[in-house]
Design a protein around this ligand. Structure first.
Ligand code: S3P
Length: 201
């Protein structure tokens, strides 16, 4: 685990595991954790595991978008277009980011807008779950053809190009975690340790 942007009010990974030995933090308690990262990075599985550990709610942006549109994500793209999806995603993001004691899993494209990652509500811890294009495609593929942006003859090339365009946005998260070879439960535990180090628990 490493600190991603050097400017946030959160501890470095070195501090994360120290639990009660960590210096008391002047920061107010974290009220929400926002997971960002590419498709297949594990936002839903890690987010659900973390929410269980904290006894908080888990809210998935895509699930809410799908519910509001009355269509699966793939169908929203096909029937209404990406622009419609992005408008709904913006609205849902604004609303879910008002909730407290919540773990949020954004869609992979949500952070990709000027100012979004920089203007999160106070007491939000943002976490970038990192994944390689190859692993993203493998994991997404196991869920069937649910990702319209990876549909094409060479999904790994699509993933690689898209990830390259997005890295500068994801890297604005307060912390980043490598997900490859790590169980969701272990990643959730690491995030919880970080929160404890900041005085959340
Ligand atoms: C998208 C990611 C998807 C979903 C939509 C667009 C993206 O969510 O929001 O297919 O632009 O990266 P996941 O990141 O949960 O797969």
């Amino acid at each position: 685990m490493k600190k991603a942007n050097g400017t946030g009010p959160y501890p470095t990974s070195d501090q994360a595991g120290r639990g009660s030995e960590a210096a008391p933090s002047p920061e107010p308690r974290i009220q929400r954790v926002l997971l960002v990262g590419f498709m297949g990075s594990g936002k839903t599985s890690v987010g659900s595991a973390l929410a269980n550990r904290l006894a908080w709610a888990f809210r998935d942006f895509d699930e809410e978008i799908s519910f509001r549109a009355g269509l699966p994500i793939k169908e929203i793209f096909h029937q209404r277009g990406e622009g419609y999806f992005r408008d709904l995603e913006k609205l849902v993001g604004e609303e879910l980011l008002l909730e407290e004691q919540v773990v949020l899993g954004s869609g992979g494209g949500w952070p990709v807008a000027e100012g979004r990652m920089q203007n999160l509500p106070p007491r939000t811890l943002s976490v970038w779950l990192k994944v390689s294009p190859g692993e993203a495609v493998r994991r997404a593929g196991r869920e069937g053809e649910t990702r319209p942006l990876l549909a094409g003859p060479d999904p790994e090339k699509l993933a690689s190009d898209l990830l390259e365009q997005r890295v500068s946005f994801y890297s604005l998260a307060h912390v980043s975690l490598d997900t490859e070879g790590a169980e969701p439960e272990r990643l959730a535990e690491q995030i919880e340790e970080l929160m404890k180090a900041t005085g959340r628990a």
